[in-house]
Design a protein. Structure first.
Ligand SMILES: *Cc1c(COP(=O)(O)O)cnc(C)c1O
Length: 366
């Protein structure tokens, strides 16, 4: 098969050294394997700028959604009520999870090209004292917008509610001081900005609230408290762990550190992103999100004005030349998306620009 790089927001292109870690069938019951899990958990707390007195890290089998579902259905009790903040498909998905699990909830829907306002959320909490938990997405991968979880966290904590953040496509690529920003549960996954492969999600959890949630879970396999209780003994996973994925993730964490940690990775992603937007503008392709709210992870672009433009044709043209891009996900406009996270450098963005330029010129003359 012809190789290509992924300009998608996860799974993403990983290093060869991360992929090579998976060429080994590790057993799960010996000390060295359990220690790998424990070290991953300690490293995640460090990246989150929290201590192990206040917080703990739990790894959960499955994709990112499994982690979000685990938190929402495990930490809300029968008397609790959830406010879901949604300005994209992933925020909307949290509403669907609450609906399926029968968790009493409200949804504050915002336009996909706008960030939810902390003052609106504060108003919601002030007028509905039954609301005990607030959940929202940090980097809404649907559009690429970066939500202001710091301001929302402040409003939520001032009102003594629990704050849950889906930081799936930002944790590891954007520095998040979890305690300082008032986050009680943060969810992310192995295959995004840490640059591992898909197979598990992880949760940074405030210990006191996790302990208080024992017995609340609506699902057996997604029971966050039980998963933590088993894992916290010595690093043994509750059910079969995705061993190859865990080995690759441990390596990816080392490579993140070698790169210079989250600040260095954030700089690389931001540089990729700024260059991408500049080059696309040169091709007459404009971003959907207004500059100050555009995140450094993925960008939604409007189709170019050229009447003959076909995204399908461009997708195949670009893929044949080494890069996979992404269809759009916003509903009200014709768009496509380009991610710039993973083992991607400005040189890749320049190559993509040349390929797309060539495609648009060929289409123009067809
Ligand atoms: C990737 C992602 C998820 C999880 O999606 P999965 O397909 O379950 O991995 C959730 N929220 C956001 C914002 C994401 O980018």
């Amino acid at each position: 098969m012809k190789d290509y790089k992924l300009l998608t927001p996860g799974p993403l292109t990983t290093t060869d050294s991360v992929k090579r870690e998976m060429m080994f069938d590790h057993c799960t019951w010996d000390e060295d394997y359990k220690e790998i899990t424990q070290e991953i958990r300690r490293n995640l707390l460090k990246l989150a700028h929290v201590t192990d007195e206040e917080y703990t890290a739990v790894l959960m089998q499955g994709s990112g959604t499994f982690g979000v579902e685990s938190v929402l259905t495990s930490v809300t009790g029968p008397e609790d009520k959830l406010l879901v903040v949604a300005n994209g498909a992933y925020g909307g998905r949290m509403g669907e999870i609450a609906e399926h699990a029968g968790i009493p909830h409200e949804i504050y829907r915002e336009r996909f090209d706008r960030v939810p306002e902390a003052s609106v959320i504060a108003g919601w909490l002030d007028s509905d004292p039954a609301i005990t938990h607030v959940s929202m997405v940090h980097s809404e991968t649907t559009s690429g917008i970066l939500n202001d979880i710091e301001a929302v966290g402040k409003a939520v904590k001032e009102r003594n509610r629990v704050f849950i953040v889906d930081a799936m496509s930002s944790f590891g690529g954007i520095d998040i001081p979890v305690a300082e920003w008032g986050i009680d549960f943060l969810v992310s996954s192995a295959n995004k900005c840490i640059q591992g492969v898909p197979g598990f999600s992880f949760i940074i959890a405030r210990k006191s609230l996790l302990l208080a949630s024992a017995g609340n879970a609506r699902s057996l396999s997604l029971d966050l408290y039980d998963q933590w209780k088993t894992m916290d003994v010595d690093g043994k996973w509750r059910f079969t762990s995705p061993t190859h994925v865990v080995l690759a993730f441990a390596k990816a964490l080392k490579e993140l550190e070698e790169e210079g940690g989250i600040p260095a990775r954030e700089r690389r992603y931001s540089e990729n992103n700024r260059l991408l937007i500049r080059r696309m503008e040169e091709l007459g392709i404009h971003p959907y999100i207004e500059g100050s709210h555009q995140g450094p992870i993925i960008t939604t672009f409007y189709y170019p004005e050229n009447k003959k433009f076909s995204f399908g044709a461009m997708y195949h043209y670009v893929k044949d030349r080494g890069y996979a891009i992404y269809p759009g996900k916003v509903t009200e406009a014709e768009t496509f998306r380009i991610g710039n996270i993973g083992e991607i450098y400005p040189d890749d963005i320049e190559k993509l620009y040349e390929i797309m330029k060539e495609f648009l010129e060929e289409q123009e003359h067809a």
